[in-house]
Design a protein. Structure first.
Length: 298
């Protein structure tokens, strides 16, 4: 079998999580898929997949090889576009992932502008409050908030956001405004688990090189995995919540919510666009990230 065809089949098996699913999507028989993967493993003398009666798992070597295959196949597509004279066109389906609120509040305007500028494209948005696997879930661009422990993907910085503690003016009038992080122990707290999943909120005491971290135990009156719910509860006067700045920008601007302990805020959190094809990403991916940089950095 042609090596490039075998690589494409292997990538499909990894993405779909099995031989039968990959065969159905590619329109070939299951034995063809099995033979393609076996030929690759035999040629390199490595195990790419671990097969059991119930599931197919990718080995560590297989994970890296699948990423390399996608890069090579993407570069081949670029080469063919150049040869056919269509390299200047941005076209095709783009799959984008982000958290639910970031997608709604920040990324939607980027997506709409992208579709207006490039009429030969289509976009599938997967707004989920979990980190997707770009390779296995066939995602072109993923927006991640926070530091990235995995450096295997190419990341483009887009913006930064802050953790913001806030409450309604009515609540602060009734219970007072905290002056230091320790004062939160006397207040009603609303925990947004999607932003602060732990049992404590961390603040900064001091400034510059002398700044220290202060951890405040969170005994929340209300805990919720919905950021919208936490913000609504705080707006309704239940207590103090802490979310990311972009989530409450409108409420802070209107006065519906008031930020507290601003001088004790921890360092800003980076927002980055991840792609698995690096600097050789397809034109549709590069065009989207360029547009996201233009919108979000300003």
């Amino acid at each position: 079998m042609d090596k490039l065809d075998a690589m494409a089949i292997f990538v499909a098996v990894v993405q779909d999580g099995g031989f039968s699913a990959a065969a159905r999507r590619l329109g070939v028989s299951a034995p063809v898929v099995t033979r393609a993967v076996s030929e690759l493993e035999a040629a390199m003398n490595v195990r790419l997949l671990v097969r059991t009666t119930r599931v197919v798992k990718v080995t560590e070597v297989g994970e890296r090889y699948a990423q390399d295959c996608r890069r090579v196949l993407g570069e081949l597509q670029d080469i063919e576009q150049v040869a056919s004279g269509s390299h200047g066109a941005v076209k095709g389906k783009l799959v984008v992932s982000a958290s639910v609120m970031f997608g709604r509040l920040r990324l939607n305007e980027v997506v709409l502008d992208y579709l207006r500028q490039y009429p030969e494209t289509e976009v599938e948005c997967r707004f989920l409050d979990r980190n997707v696997n770009l390779l296995n879930e066939d995602v072109d661009v993923a927006i991640r908030i926070g530091d990235l422990p995995d450096a295997s993907f190419h990341a483009t910085p887009l913006m930064t956001v802050r953790r913001v503690a806030c409450a309604s003016p009515d609540y602060l009038q009734r219970h007072g405004t905290p002056k230091s992080p320790k004062d939160l122990e006397k207040h009603t707290l609303v925990a947004a688990l999607g932003v602060e999943p732990g049992a404590e909120w961390k603040f900064r005491a001091g400034s510059g090189v002398d700044a220290a971290t202060v951890a405040v135990p969170v005994r929340a009156r209300l805990s919720t995995n919905s950021n919208d719910h936490a913000i609504a509860a705080a707006s309704d006067g239940l207590g103090i919540t802490r979310v990311l700045s972009y989530m409450v920008e409108a409420q802070l601007a209107s006065g519906e919510l008031v930020e507290v302990l601003a001088k004790h805020s921890p360092p800003p959190v980076p927002v980055q666009a991840l792609q698995h094809q690096g600097l050789r990403a397809s034109r549709k991916v590069r065009a989207f990230i360029d547009l996201a940089v233009e919108h979000l950095r300003r």
